[in-house]
Design a protein around this ligand. Structure first.
Ligand code: MN
Length: 424
């Protein structure tokens, strides 16, 4: 399938630096707000946001088929109701309007003033009203590391792991956008196995480097989405920091899985990069051995070569890269996750969100959590300011970035960045 908006030769009349995450080949979707405009659906190019409500009011999105009012909503859900075909049409039209050869917006100074804003002059909001949120556990390196640390290095993976994309249902109410600080959670832990549990601030606060995909309206309850249909139900991806309280998790998770260790906050980046825009960066995933059951078989390259990094910025110091990983390492693909999620007839709604699971690679520098990077606190990370980190400290800002690069085109996500405040 060829998508004209992805053409690497395309250029915009807006100058885009080669290191920008937002060339004309990206056209991600988000929602911005200013005091003057209120909330507006937008796309990004270079360092700018492009206001879709103003474009629609000017009649420039007339043939897309999405109601004008959908572009003045605080979330993308109304726009997403138009489904894969509608979003593809919208992205294609925006690509046309930003093309160097199109004069409609380029030569209309008054309209440009209304439509184009500096990203630094607007506030980006949580782009989707998330209905249900599911988190998977799909990196074989991450699952192996955790199994090695907490169970048995010789049987690190549980017997189900290579047969099922393991997941759990998370909580959507505490999903927050980039920029919103979080308080260190408090709760029950049991640091001494021979003593009763204690209550207090989490001592082992961690990030999890993940991506999350957002769905279009799925099928009715009782119907399943196959691996080959999955692409049509996935709107796009965000960077996702699935904050984790490791000490709370250790004490609470048996037998029903994570609970308060996970639901105090999860952060997402402001831009949803469409699955269409990521199509050129598809790569083959790891070989699955033993073979998966037929309903999980997948045709074609379903992994994505997406470079990911995590940085920690201490309170009064510079940011420091602690992890460089890649989404392509994932053992289970998004298609398999969605097919598995719905194989029992579980329905998926417009705006549901699915986390990938912590994305670790083979190299220790590619581990996607402090738990793995510091190997349970036994190998502290040295910071440039002379401090060290086993887990996260109050005042630390955790920043995640991600981009794909190929044929001279860089399609990126921007960043998700949140500061940790002391426990309340
Ligand atoms: Mn997670």
């Amino acid at each position: 399938m060829s998508i004209p908006a992805n053409d690497p030769k395309k250029r915009s009349w807006i100058d885009v630096d080669k290191n920008s995450d937002f060339p004309i080949q990206n056209i991600p979707f988000g929602v911005y707000s200013t005091e003057a405009t209120g909330v507006r659906v937008c796309t990004a190019i270079s360092d700018f946001v492009v206001d879709l409500f103003e474009l629609a009011k000017a009649g420039l999105l007339a043939n897309v088929g999405i109601e004008e009012s959908a572009y003045a909503q605080p979330v993308l859900n109304s726009v997403m109701k138009s489904g894969k075909a509608g979003i593809r049409k919208l992205r294609s039209r925006l690509s046309e309007l930003l093309d160097e050869n199109n004069s409609d917006l380029r030569d209309d100074a008054a309209l440009r003033e209304l439509v184009i804003k500096k990203q630094t002059d607007v506030e980006m909001l949580l782009p989707v009203q998330v209905g249900d949120y599911t988190d998977f556990y799909s990196s074989i390196e991450h699952a192996t590391n955790v199994g090695t640390m907490f169970r048995d290095p010789n049987n690190a993976l549980l017997p189900n792991w290579k047969h099922i994309p393991v997941g759990y249902h998370g909580r959507s109410s505490s999903i927050i956008p980039s920029g919103v600080p979080i308080h260190r959670p408090v709760g029950q832990t049991r640091p001494d196995d021979s003593a009763p549990p204690v209550f207090g601030p989490c001592k082992l606060l961690d990030f999890e480097l993940e991506t999350a995909f957002v769905t279009f309206e799925g099928k009715p309850l009782g119907d399943r989405i196959s691996t080959s249909e999955a692409d049509d139900y996935i709107f796009g991806l965000m960077l996702f920091n699935d904050w984790s309280a490791r000490d709370i998790q250790k004490w609470e998770y048996v037998p029903l899985g994570p609970f308060l260790a996970k639901n105090f906050a999860s952060s997402v980046s402001p831009w949803i990069v469409t699955l269409d825009a990521l199509e050129p960066f598809r790569v083959e995933g790891p070989k699955q051995d033993p073979p998966v059951l037929p309903y999980l078989e997948c045709e074609g390259n379903k992994n994505i070569d997406l470079n990911l990094s995590v940085l920690i910025k201490p309170e009064n110091s510079d940011e420091h890269t602690v992890c460089e990983s890649n989404f392509k390492y994932m053992y289970w693909s998004m298609n398999q996750q969605l097919a598995h999620h719905t194989v029992n007839g579980c329905n998926v709604k417009c705006g549901d969100m699915m986390g990938s699971g912590t994305i670790s690679g083979k190299e220790p520098s590619s581990y996607g959590s402090m738990l793995e990077l510091s190997w349970k606190g036994t190998k502290p990370i040295q910071m440039p300011d002379g401090s060290e980190r086993k887990f996260l400290q109050d005042g630390d800002t955790v920043i995640m970035r991600g981009h794909c690069q190929k044929d001279g085109v860089r399609v990126g996500f921007g960043e998700v960045s949140n500061k940790i405040l002391p426990a309340k």
